[in-house]
Design a protein around this ligand. Sequence first.
Ligand SMILES: Cc1ncc(C[n+]2csc(CCOP(=O)(O)OP(=O)(O)O)c2C)c(N)n1
Length: 246
Amino acid sequence: MYPITAVNVPCVNTPFASTGASATGLVAGLKALGRKGITVLAFAGDGGTYDIGIQSLSGAAERQMDFIYVCYDNEGYMNTGNQRSGSTPLGAVSGTTPVLGKQQYQKDMTAIMEAHGLPYVATCSASFPLDLYEKVKKARTIEGTRFIHIQTPCPPGWLFPFSDTIKIGELAVETGLVVLYEIEDGIFRLTSMSESVASKGTQLRPVREYFNHQGRFKTITEEQIDELQEWVTTRWKHFLHRATHA
Ligand SMILES: Cc1ncc(C[n+]2csc(CCOP(=O)(O)OP(=O)(O)O)c2C)c(N)n1
């Protein structure tokens, strides 16, 4: 219990590489004991999910182990002082991309998890808590591996004032850099702010607005901004198409 863990339920701390394997073991152990009605929830950062723990997560997902896996994604290895991860965006300065910023795009972890044929995957933002609440509630009712991704803005790592935290998360969705959706048994659905932008037919805000508010993008180039704008626009069209041809 606190300060060892801040949650009021039984909890196991595991090494980075083994979150998926540890959750698998808990599911198997509860089954062997005949304990029913307990949800196993795995919770790991983007470093722990996109990079260090991807093999055990992929193995568990391929076996359709019965747990919810939540990746809270602050787009870097933050508690060791902000090293780049597979989720750090193109152009972002970090401890390991200190001069030019990261030169690669983010890995699309939710698409990778969808490709495992999961019964439920969803994307969320810490700035849209009701959407997150609904998705976790729904995931609890489904069997098999469920994957939930949450973008969680990080003031000290992304270099913006703490008071802007909710605004930055909202901007990520309003610009289309983060798209809120869920895929249940293969059926794709936009949700929350992303759904209302789509259904009203309004435009996404320019990605430049998101970059302007964060110190980590201080060295991003005009070419990179244009490239990212094009990438967002193309991806948004793809999502709109999926939403209307579900
Ligand atoms: C097995 C193992 N390898 C490496 C580390 C060092 N380490 C501590 S925190 C961290 C990065 C965590 O990044 P992330 O999973 O994104 O979580 P965040 O700190 O951003 O919440 C690393 C590599 C460790 N503690 N254990």
